[in-house]
Design a binder for this molecule. Sequence first.
Ligand SMILES: [Mg+2]
Length: 272
Amino acid sequence: MHGWVWLPCPREALARESCLTGRGRYARLCMNYLALATDYDGTLARDGHVDEATLESLGRLKSSGRKVLLVTGRELPELKGVCPQYGAFDAIVAENGGVLYWPAEDKEEVLGEAPPAEFLQQIQERGVSPYSVGRVVFATWRPHEFAVLEILQQLGLGHQIIFNKRAVMVLPSGISKASGLGRALDALRIPAGQVVGVGDAENDHAFLEICGVAAAVSNGLAGLRQRCDLVTEGDHGDGVRELIERLLADDLQSLGVRRPRQMLHSGASEAR
Ligand SMILES: [Mg+2]
């Protein structure tokens, strides 16, 4: 399955794309992969910040007609604080799937319920600290996952605990980076199978699983790298730039014929 994209700057692309039909100043590009979905911390960003070269690379990808989506566990206000260039993204999935934000329209969609009051009361009574409360997510740090689990069980809540290295997030059942990305892709009318995803940690499994191609940066956790189609040679933003260069060069045709992601766990991936 291919996606068609109308692109108003065909001159550069004409030299690069083989399946291109010109029509005045516009051209229709045939591409397998219509979007890049990237995690923030530890993937696009190092120590919370994205370097200029990586931002420039994201711009080049957008110029190719593809969408760029950010999929992060961070709450929106803190993301905007550390990444003033957040307007570079077509959509931002924040709070690990709890919030969907459209920078161009400054429009925020809350995709789940707020942390229950009785849960927060128990958190305070148990002395769990530090923690933060978003629109949907509750976040704290290891080793508080044990106290959090006990509280969830005592209250009979169906919330789930999701790890991101040392971070511990609590989200309503069914809310994940995959559900948030799915909402964004539905709105953009892009099939998940035509998205390339890249991440580095436990909470990225969910959204990488639904992407057509799953990539891990070289600094990613071993458990994630083993389940991805490709592992970049570079780390953090260098790895994302490398992935973008491959996308721009041949639309990842070098990966060969794609199989459903569910079939990949038995072994053969391009790199480990
Ligand atoms: Mg990360």
